[in-house]
Design a protein around this ligand. Structure first.
Ligand SMILES: [Zn+2]
Length: 269
């Protein structure tokens, strides 16, 4: 009797330890997520962003395009953040610094099209684990924000799969075209997903793809309202009429609107 009592006691003690450990891990993840949010939204230091290029479809076209990439191909993203941050009087002069890392060999986990909330949560956990392993490059400082950019041969598909940028884990999975004429719009996709990782939300209608008024408009007070001259980055398209919008060809025609600036803590009101 005494012995079995003792056994039960040690069993429940072990269960308490296991629950305690699990709570510790969850608390550590939650603390890290909170710290990530505070540090990436403080804008006191330059944010290091890593581009991790991947051959998204296994074609020779995508492969040769990835091999030809240099960090200069992403300079427009740095310029865009510096220009827009300056407009909102945000320090420092270089809010975002882009680093290009060597091509990776493993593709990130795919989010199933029919994934519900649980499936999406599970995918985001797998993605964080993937990013942790795939972003460790010997001899290189790891980037704060990891963007895995999958290049696709445009002759094999009309449109690329949806891109995702996650604030939890500071990671993005992007699908772009392996085509020099698309380099400008690829940088629009990169800036958009990068902004998701620092807390910006989409500003377009999920069904129609059209920019939402007023947050998705670069100049909501413009009269007449259409066509807009510039694109709000989180709307992703420039409103031409109430029924039509077009994708910008480069970040030169794109701005960070007041709603997005508020979300990423560039402004307080
Ligand atoms: Zn988005």
């Amino acid at each position: 009797m005494v012995r079995s009592e003792a056994k039960r006691d040690s069993g429940s003690a072990w269960r308490t330890v296991r629950i305690g450990l699990l709570l510790l891990v969850l608390a550590a993840v939650a603390t890290q997520t909170w710290l990530d949010r505070v540090t990436t939204q403080s804008w006191r230091q330059t944010l290091w962003v890593g581009i991790y290029p991947l051959n998204g479809d296994g074609t020779p076209q995508a492969q040769s395009y990835v091999e030809g990439l240099t960090v200069k191909d992403f300079a427009a993203v740095e310029t865009f953040f510096a220009r827009e941050a300056h407009r909102y009087r945000v320090q420092p002069d270089e809010p975002v610094h882009i680093e290009l890392y060597p091509q990776g060999s493993t593709l990130p986990p795919v989010l199933p099209a029919d994934a519900g909330p649980v499936g999406t949560a599970w995918w985001s956990l797998k993605l964080r684990w993937f990013a942790y392993r795939a972003s460790r490059v010997p001899g290189r400082v790891p980037a704060r924000i990891r963007l895995f950019v999958l290049y696709h041969d445009p002759s094999t598909l009309q449109s690329v799969p949806d891109s995702h940028g996650l604030q939890k884990g500071l990671v993005g999975v992007l699908h772009v075209f392996a085509d020099p004429t698309m380099a400008g719009s690829n940088n629009v996709v990169i800036a958009h997903e990068l902004l998701h990782t620092v807390g910006a939300t989409d500003k377009y209608d999920l069904t129609s793809g059209l920019p939402l008024f007023p947050g998705g408009f670069a100049d909501p007070d413009r009269d007449p309202r259409y066509p807009q001259e510039q694109t709000e980055i989180m709307a992703g398209r420039r409103p031409i009429s109430a029924q039509d919008a077009e994708m910008p060809r480069s970040l030169r025609e794109v701005i960070v609107g007041p709603a997005t600036a508020r979300e990423i803590k560039w402004t307080r009101n």
